[in-house]
Design a protein around this ligand. Structure first.
Ligand code: G
Ligand code: G
Ligand code: MN
Ligand code: NA
Length: 249
């Protein structure tokens, strides 16, 4: 059977699950929110990476039902965690679906999660396909109180102009820039420029992929508000997240 058929079967029998990676306030080290990341535990092939099945899910359209399940599950899991928000990655293909706004509204309503605790992470791909359509949908999502983050910032072609032209709340600096900040190649200057841009536009900036204490120290010195990465916490299953938030881990 093809991987697409396997995915369809896997969705129906519940082989997909979510992990959650905490995002920390740099100075207080408090967890403000978590990023939901989908995982597939295949019975014979073992764990299949989202880097392999998300592109397939996008081509086959399966990302629409899978993405709906991800949104509902993430909202339900995080709603009981007081003071914690959740970020969900949303694919350009989900923006082509007429039901996205209704799905987000009902995921919030059925979980009881306030709209302000949900953040949708999009890449510039969402805006490139049909900017005017995306603008309309984003307006409806923002009317629900939902926050909007630009993911993988700096890796695309036009993320700078999109940042000014759409109502983003958060910039997530792509981890490839964070990997370079300790070197002598000007990586830190690039990150400082993005932080300055965030300050000027009134946006919160999150650094992704923080893996070393040296990177964390530089980001703190440069006043990057939030940090995420293996140094602080890896993506984890929901029971471990609950323990961590309750202070047991
Ligand atoms: O979690 P990991 O680093 O293996 O993810 C690999 C890629 O898959 C990343 O680009 C990430 O954004 C994407 N991804 C992970 N979870 C989701 C999800 O729930 N929805 C979408 N659309 N992409 C996801
Ligand atoms: O495309 P997006 O930024 O959503 O991808 C997030 C992915 O990055 C997740 O799959 C997550 O597993 C991965 N990730 C999170 N923290 C780190 C890190 O510190 N280093 C690396 N290499 N990957 C990370
Ligand atoms: Mn992301
Ligand atoms: Na990213």
């Amino acid at each position: 059977r093809s991987l697409a058929e396997e995915m369809r079967r896997g969705i129906s029998v519940g082989e997909f699950f979510l992990e959650y990676q905490p995002r920390y306030e740099t100075n207080s080290r408090a967890i403000r929110s978590v990023e939901a990341l989908v995982r597939w535990a295949h019975p014979e092939r073992g764990r299949i990476s989202p880097a392999d099945f998300i592109p397939l899910a996008e081509r086959s359209g399966l990302i629409v039902p899978l993405g709906e399940w991800i949104l509902r599950t993430a909202c339900q899991t995080v709603a009981p965690l007081d003071g914690i928000g959740v970020s969900v990655n949303v694919s350009p293909v989900q923006f082509r679906d007429d039901d996205l706004v209704a799905i987000v509204a009902s995921a919030l309503a059925e979980s009881g999660l306030a709209g302000s605790r949900l953040e949708l992470e999009i890449t510039e791909g969402v805006l490139m396909e049909d900017a005017e359509r995306a603008r309309g949908i984003i307006g409806e999502l923002k009317a629900l109180g939902v926050k909007l983050a630009m993911d993988d910032f700096g890796t695309g072609y036009s993320s700078m102009s999109y940042l000014c032209d759409f109502p983003f709340d958060v910039i997530k600096i792509d981890r490839k820039f964070i990997a370079d900040i300790e070197g002598s190649g000007g990586g830190r200057a690039v990150v400082q420029a993005i932080l300055g841009l965030g300050r000027s536009l009134g946006l919160s900036v999150t650094a992704e992929g923080v893996e070393t204490n040296g990177q964390l120290a530089l980001l703190a010195r440069d006043q990057c508000r939030e940090v995420q990465g293996y140094l602080l916490a890896r993506p984890m299953p929901e029971d471990r997240l609950r323990d961590l938030v309750a202070g047991a881990a």
